[in-house]
Design a protein around this ligand. Structure first.
Ligand SMILES: [Zn+2]
Ligand SMILES: [Zn+2]
Ligand SMILES: [Zn+2]
Ligand SMILES: [Zn+2]
Length: 764
């Protein structure tokens, strides 16, 4: 198989050096106006690369694997307990996992797919995930479930429709079943469901219960008219300004994008970006690299995916990074841009017309997202020649891909398609340039990496975790790359005035601090002043965003004071307090290479024996004696790591997580354990709040420990802390929020009531 770097390397040698930059169209033209022999070789290389990426799977072997997984599932499902509720639940979840494996392994073998879906639907229904079970039955039918057994699936769908309160679907399925020859057992079920239908109709439930899939259309909600967009000449350009005083936590706007890509396409819904997928539905054509949370989402993404499916099959997009999101922009906004592009009689003219649109001033809130996107800044003109050629080659590759592997060009309704490949490549290149300095990466709280959504002990009911399992949601992951042109209007400062909360395709922008009228509103593009030194930030801002930051923090005479306060050590030899001299040494525990750290006064290399001791005990937290050792070792860190030292916070987190995992796996804790853990947790939360802010995702992920300890009744949670938990939960994306709210209401609410505290109920 050819590699991208090899092909790009060779292509690069065929292309003349681009010494002066005009625009994206002129840049891609360079790749298409080579001397004939060179041009031929250049094009061949692109074609060879695309062809070599096709990896064909042995469908017979896939079917074999799928069947075996399904049979494992069946064995577990059949043996499920009829008497013990928690054993029964564990079997159902395990069976679901096997069935999901069966579905993912089946590739496009319909005989296996239909059985995998039918069986998973059965287990999901038993567990109470009716919406997912309904969809699975529908999938089983789609992939050709045997006709003579179809009444089983339709009966299951009718049952789910009843549970979901969906009168229309229930009526539809029952009338189908009434036409069939059914045995006595099924006739009995049918009659019961008919009674339920009558009841539902009497209640006049016409709409199905809540639909979690969010609205998909791009939108911009200016919830309060507290800001405006101004335009200044020079570096400042367009920016956002408060028109009145804004309080911390006040919403400034909410932007929902039409255009995003999941960073883990196999774990995040391609359409709505949901991250908790009980029953993923894969596209069967692209090696299960793309999944959806529901059939509805799969359907909504159908058109976009028809242009991307072949690319996913070739695993093309992971190689291209930001250029994939650039392609997605072209796919999403093309229809809108076409009205302008179509007016041009040739490519040059079409490009000019569209760029004229990009330079106009618009009424920002009401302009369409496609239009706002056209106006985003790009720094390709300041890029180094090798950077420019790299993105141009990516754009060219994607353009050829659209031509060779999809019907994208056929559906473009334009008078002449001559040279349109230049235009498409130029647009992809332009979007990539814009995204390099405007693209947004969305984060959310996810299950820690070794956990599976269907882990047997995790759930007591759908979206309800079992007691002591909350801490498994203690990871923050970057899950999406989004195009948010309105947010992109904010300039950068190292101490941002806003904070952002992602919910699928939408981002809410809230004031992080008091903002006065006429003050500029700043976003932070990279690490903030608490988590990086001024030099680190300036290097990154210069490289990616091509400017030098002059914000209050960078301009102050002690720009690194706060950051360094999280990295102060006491020398093991002379007791001098120092910070490491090299910035690579700041997070030495995260890297494999063991660079020596020396005291800045006596120059002695530090031994850090305490680090090894604590790390070793973490592996044995199921043993009480080892835990005692760990608590003691942690206490001793006070000598060597000062204040809220980053490493001490890291170790506190590791220790608490290891203990809660041991507890969930059956270790017995006594009151002294809880006392120690509560003390460490207080330190951890205060430190994380200081370093990341008490509204950050990192902080919320650490609150899961507090929630577990409180649920056990072993942590004395103050009413302020409880209020903070409830507030934090509200910042989570819809699917995760639901889980946190349920845990709060199931376990913590009871504790408060038992302790006679204020009666507080978290709202879903
Ligand atoms: Zn979805
Ligand atoms: Zn596909
Ligand atoms: Zn700055
Ligand atoms: Zn020293």
């Amino acid at each position: 198989m050819l590699t991208l770097s090899k092909v790009f390397g060779e292509q690069n040698e065929l292309v003349p050096f681009i010494s002066s930059y005009q625009n994206e169209l002129e840049t891609v033209k360079v790749l298409h106006t080579l001397p004939a022999a060179k041009q031929q070789r250049f094009n061949e290389l692109t074609h060879e690369l695309l062809d070599s990426l096709d990896d064909v799977h042995d469908l017979k072997a896939c079917a074999e694997c799928s069947r075996s997984s399904r049979e494992h599932g069946n064995a577990v499902y059949t043996k499920r307990s009829k008497t013990n509720e928690s054993d029964r639940r564990e079997s159902l979840l395990l069976a679901c996992r096997f069935y999901t494996h069966a579905i993912l392994q089946a590739e496009n073998v319909h005989e296996e797919l239909c059985l995998g879906y039918a069986n998973r639907g059965m287990a999901l229904q038993d567990f109470g995930l009716y919406k997912e079970a309904y969809d699975d039955c529908e999938c089983a039918l789609e992939y050709g479930y045997p006709q003579k057994l179809q009444h089983k699936l339709i009966m299951r769908q009718a049952h789910c429709a009843w549970q979901l309160g969906d009168v229309r679907k229930l009526r539809e399925h029952l009338s189908w079943l009434e036409q069939q020859q059914l045995n006595a057992g099924y006739v009995n079920q049918l009659e019961q469901l008919q009674e339920q239908l009558t009841k539902l109709q009497e209640q006049q439930v016409s709409e199905p219960k809540e639909e979690l899939t969010s609205e998909q259309a791009p939108s911009l909600q200016i919830l309060a008219r507290n800001h405006k967009i101004s335009n200044s000449p020079g570096e400042k350009g367009r920016h956002m300004v408060a028109t009145q005083s804004i309080q911390p936590g006040d919403i400034i706007f909410k932007e929902q994008t039409a255009c995003f890509v999941p960073l883990e396409p196999g774990l995040i819904c391609q359409q709505c970006a949901a991250s908790v997928l009980y029953a993923p539905i894969p596209c069967t054509q692209c090696h299960q690299r793309v999944v959806y949370c529901s059939r509805h989402c799969r359907q909504l993404n159908e058109q976009i995916h028809s242009y991307e499916c072949a690319g996913y099959r070739k695993n093309l997009f992971t190689m291209l990074g930001v250029s994939h999101l650039a392609l997605r922009m072209v796919l999403c906004y093309m229809q809108e841009w076409l009205t302008e592009l179509g007016k041009g009689s040739n490519v040059q003219e079409a490009w000019k017309l569209l760029m004229a649109k990009a330079s106009k001033t618009y009424d920002w809130p009401s302009a369409s997202q496609g239009l706002l996107s056209l106006c985003m800044m790009s720094h390709l003109d300041k890029a180094a020649a090798e950077e420019l050629i790299y993105y141009a080659l990516c754009a060219n590759l994607l353009q050829v891909y659209l031509h060779r592997c999809t019907n994208f060009y056929e559906q473009l309704e334009v008078k002449t398609r001559e040279d349109w490949h230049l235009l498409i490549a130029a647009l992809i290149l332009r979007c990539a340039g814009q995204l390099l300095c405007n693209g947004h990466v969305g984060d959310t709280i996810v299950l820690r990496s070794q956990c599976h959504t269907m882990e047997s002990k995790l759930w007591r009911a759908p979206f309800h975790l079992s007691l002591g399992q909350m801490h498994k949601f203690d990871s923050v992951a970057l899950t999406t790359a989004l195009n948010l042109p309105y947010l992109a209007l904010c300039n950068h400062a190292c101490a941002p005035s806003i904070r952002l909360h992602c919910d699928g395709r939408a981002v809410s922008c809230l004031a992080a601090q008091q903002i006065e009228a006429d003050e500029e509103i700043f976003n932070c593009y990279t690490l903030d002043y608490r988590n990086s030194s001024c030099a680190m930030r300036q290097a990154q801002l210069q490289q990616t965003f091509k400017f030098r930051c002059k914000c209050i923090k960078c301009a102050s005479n002690k720009p690194d004071e706060i950051f360094l306060s999280f990295n102060r050590y006491r020398c093991e030899f002379c007791a001098h307090i120092y910070v490491p001299s090299q910035r690579e040494e700041f997070k030495w525990w995260e890297s494999e290479s063991n660079s020596a750290i020396n005291c800045s006064k006596c120059q002695a290399t530090q031994l850090f024996n305490w680090f090894g001791i604590l790390r070793r005990t973490l592996e044995f937290c199921s043993e009480q004696q080892q835990r005692r050792k760990a608590y003691k070792a942690f206490k001793e860190l006070d000598t060597w790591l000062l204040d809220y030292h980053s490493l001490k916070l890291h170790l506190a987190q590791q220790l608490i997580a290891a203990c809660l995992t041991a507890k969930a796996d059956g270790a017995t804790f006594d009151d002294s354990d809880y006392k120690q853990l509560s003390r460490i947790l207080d330190y951890l939360l205060a430190g994380v709040a200081a370093q990341h802010g008490a509204d950050s995702m990192t902080y919320i992920s650490h609150l899961t420990y507090l929630m577990d300890l409180t649920a056990f009744g072993k942590y004395k949670c103050s009413s302020e802390q409880l209020k903070a938990v409830r507030t934090a939960i509200n910042y989570l994306p819809t699917d995760t929020k639901r889980i946190f709210v349920n845990y709060y209401n199931d376990f913590i609410e009871q504790r408060i009531a038992a302790n006679g505290n204020a009666n507080a109920n978290a709202n879903a």
